[in-house]
Design a protein around this ligand. Structure first.
Ligand SMILES: Nc1nc2c(ncn2[C@@H]2O[C@H](COP(=O)(O)OP(=O)(O)OP(=O)(O)O)[C@@H](O)[C@H]2O)c(=O)[nH]1
Ligand SMILES: [Mg+2]
Length: 406
């Protein structure tokens, strides 16, 4: 069996750590920072750097030994295209990280490692602060998420931002999902050259959502998108997974009756940094204001999640655009407050750990289920557990023993 990507990755984990201070003029992504600034430049494999040959030559040697010529050319082409902001390279890179093919998965990890190293240099240029703003948007089906993203996205590209939209649809693997609907509802944004819209297909598991979406976020940032909007419908656990991968989590709720709002999980309200009551137009203005008041009162009873920010409730309409600039202004204040206190950076660091553990759990479970001895014993033990002949605890012990036996 092929060893996991570590054999390739060990050559990338180290050179990127060797950061050298060089007085270089650095131009971060537009709309984020005043340029030029003094920056740090790391020796990124494959990235043109005057120090590269001397600093990471050992790593490069291993690298070239283990990647075939076509593989190296593919990675170089994708990396160069990506960091120069080519949408086709970004799309191809995301396809690579979504692959189920084992060798391509390894290549994807090498590419990601390079992009992460590149992003670290960008972050250094930005005084150690994250360059892009990651926002998760969730809410019940039909809450108006895509319409909201379309209007906000257009407003932001108009202001010089580059906006990436990743749509996580937990139902897409079984039902075909509503992604086509999402595309059509973002017609204007999908034609905008400063926007990139991508459904994030799930491999049917939460770990799948976590891996592909997190990796797609990293790639979008590498390609210069400074606002990343992740849409997820409030079904299943995917909204919690998304809350764990963004800087700000926004809950969108429609001015609907009690039944529809019942579907909103209490736990997810506690995760929200901002609540937007959507569709505040026409006949819905009055119910929208009422819901805004209700939620404002309800949130007062919840514990504050961060020291520097109080969750706020606002209303907006994607039809009339009323309230949209104000909602974005709130998001910017949140980012500013969280960056100034350092909580945003802390949150990102904590998220890296959550991401790693989600993947470990997913992979360990997969190894466990595919272990020949487990596979052999499983049907019989499952059957005995359902009949009550063997206790679940004993069955689990027996399976774990079978798994750990050499
Ligand atoms: N009145 C009004 N209707 C809206 C507004 N925004 C969206 N809608 C309508 O609400 C419906 C759902 O809008 P979407 O933007 O697709 O909602 P969504 O939350 O992305 O839906 P899913 O992704 O399917 O969960 C559509 O029929 C929209 O036309 C708004 O600001 N005002
Ligand atoms: Mg949608």
């Amino acid at each position: 069996m092929r060893r996991p990507a570590f054999c390739l990755l060990r050559h990338f984990a180290f050179p990127s750590l060797s950061v050298h201070k060089v007085t270089r003029t650095c131009y971060p992504h537009p709309g984020v920072l005043p340029a030029p600034l003094l920056c740090y430049k790391s020796s990124i494999p494959g990235h043109s750097c005057p120090h590269r040959r001397t600093v990471s030559s050992t790593a490069d040697r291993h690298y070239t030994q283990e990647l075939s010529g076509p593989e190296q050319r593919l990675l170089n082409r994708l990396f160069d295209g990506l960091v120069s902001g080519q949408r086709a390279s970004l799309a191809e890179s995301i396809t690579l990280v979504e692959t189920q093919h084992s060798r391509k998965k390894e290549l994807a990890q090498v590419l990601l490692q390079r992009v992460l190293a590149y992003s670290r240099t960008q972050e250094s240029c930005n005084g150690g602060r994250p360059v892009a703003f990651r926002v998760g948007l969730s809410g019940p089906p039909g809450a108006g998420k895509s319409s909201f993203i379309e209007v906000v996205g257009k407003m932001l590209t108009g202001r010089g931002h580059k906006v990436a939209v990743l749509a996580v649809d937990p139902s897409s693997c079984t039902t075909g999902g509503s992604l086509l609907g999402d595309k059509t509802r973002m017609t204007e944004l999908s034609r905008d050259m400063n926007a990139f819209i991508r459904p994030s297909p799930t491999s049917g598991t939460l770990g799948g959502v976590t891996r592909t979406t997190n990796e797609a976020i990293v790639l979008c940032e590498g390609a210069g998108y400074d606002v990343i909007l992740v849409e997820t419908v409030g079904v299943g656990q995917s909204e919690f997974a998304v809350a764990d991968m963004v800087d700000m989590f926004v809950l969108l709720i429609p001015p609907a009756g009690g039944d529809e709002l019942q579907g909103i999980k209490r736990g997810i309200i506690e995760r929200a940094d901002l609540v937007v009551v959507t569709k505040s137009d026409g006949d819905l203005v009055v119910p929208a204001r009422r819901i805004q008041t209700d939620y404002t009162s309800a949130l007062k009873l919840l514990r504050r999640r961060t020291k520097s920010w109080n969750t706020k409730v606002v209303h907006a309409s994607s039809y009339t655009s009323e309230g949209i600039p104000e909602v974005w202004a709130k998001m910017e204040s949140y980012r500013h407050a969280m960056l100034s206190s350092g909580e945003l950076q802390d949150r990102r660091r904590a998220q890296q750990k959550v991401w790693m553990w989600t993947l470990i759990q997913e992979n360990v479970l997969c190894h466990f289920q595919n272990h020949p001895k487990v596979k052999e014993a499983l049907p019989d033990l499952e059957e005995k557990v359902t009949r009550g002949v063997v206790s679940p605890g004993l069955a689990a012990d027996l399976l774990l023993k079978a798994f750990s036996a050499q």
